[in-house]
Design a protein around this ligand. Structure first.
Ligand code: CDP
Ligand code: CDP
Length: 204
């Protein structure tokens, strides 16, 4: 595939967007952008005392490589800066130009199919029950050797989803033409196969 072809993958926290996006990008030999990292990088700078809008306007690629971005505190800070319209505006053009690169691109986030790339050739909305998603995020934290409490992680995930769905700027919701993939009872391989089939259907 050499012409631009954008695959938009949205959904709530820990639904499997990143895992599916990486596998889909590898399958179709496309570039992949985890747009959550942009908001996490801004959130991390705010936790260090920076102004959110200034941080979003001055982000550089190396800001996305910080290991501490995966933490729960950074995730909450990310969803707090993500309600600010000027923060979203500052990050828009980078995402749009990434999406149109030759060879195609997979972007995952919350508003890719609705706001960033409303004309994306394929749109997926990946979801799973809140309990399943919280357990997955909890297992990840434990595997990384971090102390975690399942009730706290569940509350955290639910609070972030609620904030992401309720905000006025680019709220989390499926695009009208998105294919829904519920991964609650799917293995990773099954979810990836469903995503690849949905993209192939759009490629005709
Ligand atoms: O990117 P997002 O936050 O939506 O989720 P992720 O980081 O791709 O997935 C969260 C966790 O769920 C990872 O540890 C995945 O391995 C796991 N997962 C799973 O167990 N079953 C799936 N069908 C998809 C993801
Ligand atoms: O990996 P997980 O799904 O838990 O979160 P993430 O994708 O890294 O996103 C972190 C936060 O950034 C989300 O809770 C959203 O508030 C925000 N975000 C957004 O507003 N728009 C995007 N396109 C991606 C993330």
């Amino acid at each position: 595939m050499s012409a631009p072809f954008t695959i938009a993958i949205d959904g709530p926290a820990a639904a499997g967007k990143g895992t599916i996006s990486k596998a889909v990008a590898a399958h179709f030999q496309m570039a992949h952008l985890d747009t959550g990292l942009l908001y996490r990088a801004v959130g991390a700078k705010v936790l260090q005392g920076a102004d959110a809008v200034a941080a979003a306007r001055s982000l550089v690629p190396s800001d996305l490589e910080d290991d501490t971005l995966r933490g729960q505190d950074v995730a909450q800070a990310a969803s707090q800066v993500a309600v600010i319209g000027e923060v979203r505006a500052a990050l828009l053009e980078f995402q749009r130009s990434f999406a149109r690169r030759a060879g195609g691109a997979v972007l995952d986030g919350r508003d890719i199919g609705t706001v960033i790339c409303p004309g994306a050739e394929a749109k997926l909305f990946v979801t799973a029950s809140a309990e399943v998603r919280a357990k997955r995020r909890y297992d990840e934290l434990v595997q990384r050797g971090q102390t975690a409490d399942l009730d706290e992680v569940t509350a955290d995930v639910k609070a972030r989803d609620a904030r992401d769905m309720a905000r006025s700027e680019a709220p989390l919701k499926p695009a009208d033409d998105a294919v829904l993939i519920d991964t609650s009872n799917q293995t990773i391989d099954e979810a990836v196969a469903a995503a690849i089939a949905a993209v192939n259907a759009k490629k005709g």
